[in-house]
Design a protein. Sequence first.
Length: 369
Amino acid sequence: MTTSLATTPPAGPSAVSDELGVPAAQRRSAALEKLIREHPERFRVLTGDRPTGRLHLGHYFGTLHNRVRLQDLGVEMMVLIADYQVLTDRDVADRLTGHVEDLVLDYLAVGVDPERSTVFAHSAIPALNQLLLPFLSLISVAELGRNPTVKDEIAHSRQSAVSGLMFTYPAHQAADILFCKANLVPVGQDQLPHLELTRTIARRFNNRYGDVGNPVFPEPEALLSAAPLLLGTDGTKMSKSRGNAIALAATADETARLIRGAKTDPDPHITYDPATRPEVSSLVLLAALCLDRDPHQVAGDIGGRGAGALKATVTEAVNGYLAPIRARRSQLAQDRGYIRRVLHDGNERATAIAETTLMEVRAAMKALY
Ligand code: TRP
């Protein structure tokens, strides 16, 4: 992407972001970006998603695009499908296989290359999961209970009781990251507490069991990207469950219908002003991202022609941008055997890495019998 304005500027200081160490993480991320360009071979990235259904444009411009960029820069990529993390959600768990395969399809369609990136599901990697036990011994119940992201998810969950899996998932996430000794984790701000816990676990493990000067685990760093804030077509957070998201796999007609129904405002003069005109600006931004143009210029071109012209521009831009991705996706969808093979190969590669790490962990703990 060549435009600099097509992404929202990093969030300014606020009580919440300060508490999470966001400004420091942003400064460090800028330095990391430079290092990545100079020495991509020094990094192993782990990223992943919960398999909750088809990915949408919010995911695409928020993270997928960035992963493919890192992959293409030559960074080694581990792409995790966090299927254990969705077991607490009954609706998702009932259709898990389909969701996992959809996720693999979306990854491949946007350009994740299974030759260069390892796509795997954590439930298929026994040695990864075994790391959870020693890791849980290194953190307290109070530490888990303080995690702001878990607190938030518990508050918003529809479950009547919090499961042990839900409560401990940040420790499981540490296993996701440390099993392959990833040193870089591209995340959104909400995932920073989990990364902090991962670093704590790595440090405590090294201190307790490692040799001085020869740590078992690296302390992975967060790579915060200035992800654009795309709203759903109703002006609230884009999310599949709200029916306001444009799926990568949607047809051109479905896309046109969703955009036609998108919320705007009564001012027919189109401008890009996210603070005062969030709905119109999000549409302008979406077109700008797809066209790789500056959002102010996109808005300027539409000028006084109103919301109808804006929506026509957005529809054309989105459908044009997604056309090759969708074509590739539907071609790949013909061959479920290939999708399963990609996952199977990824699981094998991840298993080999996890088994090596687990042996090191057991050796460090003097638990090799
Ligand atoms: N919790 C992440 C999410 O909800 C998914 C995830 C699981 C993850 N394990 C991870 C992300 C490890 C980064 C690293 O999106």
